[in-house]
Write a protein that binds this ligand. Structure first.
Ligand SMILES: Cc1cc2nc3c(=O)[nH]c(=O)nc-3n(C[C@H](O)[C@H](O)[C@H](O)COP(=O)(O)OP(=O)(O)OC[C@H]3O[C@@H](n4cnc5c(N)ncnc54)[C@H](O)[C@@H]3O)c2cc1C
Length: 461
């Protein structure tokens, strides 16, 4: 699709305040005011829109949350003749949707195929896996038909085996995936790995050629533009503070900008879900996830490290993932962060630089320009959910860190369900949405579990 190549881009911040080198960040001991810009690199090309408006007194549908779920739902409703108001607590796109890595998968790698069959039975597993493939097609189709210029490309994914035994297990799983859901893939042994990635630390990997990438900031900005052109309203700094039934089958939603009446409400708050709807709050645990961006990497080094310019991930439980920014030789490297979110200290991102240098020691001298984080929404069964609460509110959330395609698709499907359209049905509709057994403990336990998984990844336990 969009193949613009803009090399040697320097942002204003980078030119004026060069950040530390990756080696320096990895070593630690940096002062907080260190030249790193603590906001998403994507916001340089897509600055946060400041949308202020007087809130209408009533609408057909209020959507709570302005990420991909909420915007995709809003656009679907608008295209079907409904009046829509999107409420956002921060600036529009404050949440994960403008902060993510822009890697687009199907979500089908969350479970081994055999494990998913054990958990759900063969027929349901097959339906869910096939739907994962359709989610990739859906986002591509949406971007094409809405003409959103966001560097969408089917670049393929290299999934690296961190331990030798992971390679064989992955090969078996890829074969199962091909048989049950027709997913195309191929394996790259360690001996040929350099054709895919310039490192020897992995034990080969798998390629999913249909996986894709985009610029999340531009995708989000494009959705906002289409919604506004279609007459939708997006209100920033307008948190939904209370939702009550207004007695005639509709709802009243209280915000700092006033109260709005709506026939229906969609909750699209994912990792930023709080106590607004306690029934959903008990079912989502937020987990912090962070990214760093490097400065431009010399041409010769870059083409050796990422010769195919794919998106990359690994097989560890505490996962890291990386890619180049579209049309640039800048690496965007992500992984979990210890504290929930809004970290503005080099210490919070040091492990990301360490992981990056473990894989690509050649990047030691490259500058780190940006570091940022956001919240992903985890569910107890590690599957996203959509449906209606006991009070009749619609919801779609819980993408467990793979949400670029899934949030877009779930937003569309929940909107179609609201419209009573049969195309809105999904194989996720009838899944029980479990609460976390002890939700406050689950929330606090995240850093401990994280440390355990890091230890386990490192020691092959
Ligand atoms: C650092 C990071 C990297 C990621 N990388 C990838 C990746 O490479 N590939 C991938 O597929 N997925 C990735 N993800 C996950 C993906 O970004 C999310 O699954 C997806 O964006 C979720 O979209 P959403 O619209 O459901 O939620 P969000 O985009 O998080 O939006 C929810 C919004 O709800 C708002 N909100 C909450 N409560 C209220 C309220 N009461 N009133 C009004 N507004 C409210 C929040 O402010 C927020 O803006 C990543 C996530 C993070 C944080």
């Amino acid at each position: 699709m969009n193949s613009d190549v803009k090399l040697d881009i320097k942002t204003r911040d980078e030119a004026e305040f060069p950040g530390p080198s990756a080696a320096h960040l990895a070593r630690g001991g940096l002062p907080v005011s260190t030249g790193i810009t603590y906001r998403p690199y994507w916001w340089e090309a897509a600055p946060r829109p400041r949308v202020s408006l007087l809130l209408p007194r009533q609408t057909d549908v209020v959507v709570v949350g302005s990420g991909f779920t909420g915007l995709s739902a809003a656009l679907t409703l608008l295209r079907n003749g409904r009046d829509v108001v999107v409420l956002e607590r921060g600036d529009p796109g404050f949440g994960a949707s403008t902060r993510n890595g822009g890697q687009i998968g199907s979500g089908n790698q969350k479970f081994r195929v055999k494990r998913l069959i054990e958990l759900r039975g063969r027929a349901k597993a097959e339906a869910m896996l096939r739907e994962g493939v359709r989610m990739l097609d859906h986002i591509e189709h949406l971007i094409e038909t809405e003409k959103i210029d966001c560097h969408f490309t089917r670049c393929g994914r290299f999934r690296a085996a961190v331990q030798p035994e992971h390679y064989e297990a992955m090969a078996r799983d890829m074969e199962d995936l091909r048989q049950i859901a027709g997913v195309e893939s191929f394996m790259v042994p360690r001996s040929e790995q350099q054709t895919e990635i310039g490192t020897d630390v992995f034990h080969g990997g798998s390629i999913l050629p249909q996986d894709a990438s985009l610029h999340p900031g531009l995708y989000h900005a494009g959705l906002i533009q289409r919604i506004q052109e279609a007459g939708g309203h997006i209100a920033g700094n307008a948190a939904a503070q209370d939702i009550s039934s207004n007695g005639d089958g509709g709802y009243s939603v209280t915000t700092p900008l006033g109260t709005i009446a709506a026939r229906d409400v969609i909750i699209a708050t994912n990792g930023y879900t709080d106590g607004l709807v306690p029934e959903l709050g008990r079912r989502i645990v937020p987990i912090g996830s962070g990214l760093i961006a490097t400065g431009q990497i010399p041409e010769a080094t870059f083409s050796r490290l990422m010769p195919k310019n794919r998106v990359y991930g690994n097989t560890n439980r505490v996962f890291y993932y990386f890619r180049a920014a579209p049309g640039e030789r800048r690496v965007i490297w992500g992984g979990r962060v210890g504290r929930l979110a809004n970290n503005t200290s080099p210490l919070a991102f040091r492990h990301l630089a360490r992981d990056m240098l473990h894989v690509f020691p050649d990047l030691a001298d490259v500058q780190i320009s940006h570091a940022w984080d956001g919240m992903i929404g985890y569910t107890y069964d590690e599957v996203p959910h959509l449906g209606r609460t006991a009070a009749g509110l619609y919801y779609a959330l819980g993408y467990c860190g793979t949400g670029v395609s899934r949030a877009t698709y779930f937003g569309n499907r929940i909107a179609l369900q609201l419209l009573g359209r049969s195309e809105g049905r999904t194989s996720f509709d009838d899944l029980v949405f479990p609460s976390f057994p002890v939700h406050p403990i689950a929330k606090r336990a995240v850093p401990v579990v994280e440390t355990w998984y890091r230890f386990r990844d490192a020691t092959k336990l």
